[in-house]
Design a protein around this ligand. Structure first.
Ligand code: NDP
Ligand code: 1BO
Length: 322
């Protein structure tokens, strides 16, 4: 059983209870594009920042480095039972027969005996070696029920504590909920003031599916620069916080866990100092009214083939729900 954890400054951290019964720490470290620097970032986050939640994925190619960071942190005294480690099943592996081997490979790379959370990364199956954008035949049929059954078995075998999805739509969640014996505990989605995705958040809350907000700062190069957004900046100055902290806190106040990525030790530590203050209601509303709502991670370059399909537009990927 996990117990309360504190940042090095003595701030009690927060967590959310999942439908699986386990707790997910409210702030985690994202590791996409962290590469060889992931070891240092993870160690800094865990030991100096007080993080207990790390988000990685097979596709990020950094699981070995993430595992080394976790191992070093455990040598420094952090206990496995206090950690929450997430990984994801990539699109080329999205078939029932690949679920267990990928999980075992992931555990080996991370040097762990179990994962806290295993997610379907995107609900689209790609042929190994698929082009970007995909050529004809690169996007294959996805056996959602078959894959989910294998993920359920991982929970029963204590290799994974909770399972979930990313980048689903309400339509796809409905379909999953129809046959799931182990319900998805988490839906990881892009969410920040530039892409609130209110209807997805509402649907998940109604169905007791916890949402983790990815790209909470607007993502990386080529993303949306929310750090320099006028409203974010004004509120940060008023509250004597940084724009990064305001963006993280906005996600927490919506009831989502949040996984900001950083390789910078000061920003890693800054992003979790969000537990002993609140964004006042009028500022929260202002952040929740930022115009030009738009996804950064729309999936177009990975999954859309405009002439051959099966997904000919971004609207197709998102089941025309946006
Ligand atoms: P974020 O929104 O977390 O933004 C990261 C960028 O913000 C980096 O360039 C970082 O640079 C910078 N940054 C971090 N903290 C601050 C700060 N306090 N002030 C100013 N700049 C800051 O982007 P991501 O897209 O990486 O999303 C976070 C995580 O979510 C990913 O790393 C990944 O783990 C997960 N994710 C999951 C997806 C999915 O499909 N399931 C899709 C996308 C992301 P610097 O290093 O210089 O600080
Ligand atoms: C294509 C992978 C995006 C980060 O999860």
């Amino acid at each position: 059983m996990a117990h309360d954890t504190f940042t090095p400054e003595g701030q009690k951290t927060e967590s959310f209870r999942l439908s699986s019964g386990h707790k997910i720490p409210a702030v985690g470290l994202g590791t996409w594009r962290s590469g060889s620097e992931a070891t240092h970032a993870v160690f800094t986050a865990l030991v100096e920042g007080g993080y207990r939640h790390i988000d990685t994925a097979w596709e990020y190619g950094d699981q070995t480095e993430v595992g080394q960071g976790i191992k070093r942190a455990m040598h420094a005294g952090i206990e496995r039972r206090d950690l929450f480690v997430t990984s994801k099943l990539w699109c080329t592996e999205l078939s029932p027969g690949r679920v267990r081997p990928v999980l075992q490979h992931t555990l080996q790379e991370l040097q762990l005996e179990y994962l806290d959370l295993f997610l379907i990364h995107w609900p689209f199956r790609l042929r190994g070696g698929a082009s970007k954008p995909p050529k004809e035949g690169d996007v294959l049929d996805f056996d959602m029920e078959g894959v989910w059954r294998e993920m359920e078995k991982l929970v029963k075998d204590n290799l994974v504590r909770s399972i979930g999805v990313c980048n689903f739509t309400i339509t796809k969640l409905y379909k999953l909920l129809e046959f799931a014996e182990v319900k998805p505990s988490v839906c990881q989605m892009e969410m920040h003031p530039g892409w609130r995705n209110d209807q997805m958040l509402e649907f998940c809350k109604m169905n007791e599916i916890h949402v983790t907000a990815y790209s909470p700062l607007g993502s990386q190069e080529g993303g949306r620069d929310l750090i320099h957004d006028q409203t974010v900046d004004r509120i940060a100055k008023k509250l004597n916080k940084t724009p990064g902290q305001v963006l993280v806190k906005w996600g927490l106040q919506r009831g989502t866990s949040v996984i900001p990525m950083s390789l910078n030790p000061e920003r890693i530590k800054e992003n979790i100092k969000v537990f002993d203050w609140e964004i006042p209601e009028q500022d929260f509303k202002a952040l929740s009214s930022i115009p030009d709502q738009k996804r950064v991670m729309d999936g177009e370059d990975i999954f859309v083939n405009k002439t051959e399909g099966p997904f000919r537009s971004v609207a197709d990927l998102w089941d025309r729900e946006d």
